[in-house]
Design a protein around this ligand. Sequence first.
Ligand code: PGA
Length: 149
Amino acid sequence: MAFYREHYAKNGKSMNKIYAGVEETIKELSKEHVLAVGTSKLEESARDIIKYFDLEKYFAFVGGAAMDGSRNTKAKVLKYVLENIGEYDSEETYMIGDRFYDIKGAKELNLKSIGVKWGYGEEKELIDAGADYIVNNTDELKELVKRIK
Ligand SMILES: O=C(O)COP(=O)(O)O
């Protein structure tokens, strides 16, 4: 398991909230999996938010959009994150995301994907984008990860 996208709202780190169960899920999954963040947010902002919530120790790498406008698609961000993680097996690497572009980005890089229903996206967009799995909540996510590992 190599990817974990961030699940925070916008507008300043102190105004962000972590969705119920996500912090505990990150902690649990990080015990047996390599977790990383691939976000369309500016990398610097994403790192600030993750640090604010004291979660940086759970992620092998946090990658986001660059200030200079490069890495302006999810696929570009994911490629960059994978390069920074090093060796990975695409059969065992999952992108977890709430929007169609997370799923499409994963596909472009031949990664599997898990769509989550607690974020900003609708189930339909995750299905239409071709998510390999869709989960309703963090308990289902943890169960799924145990099942597919
Ligand atoms: O904050 C955004 O605009 C999108 O962020 P995401 O790529 O982590 O979904």
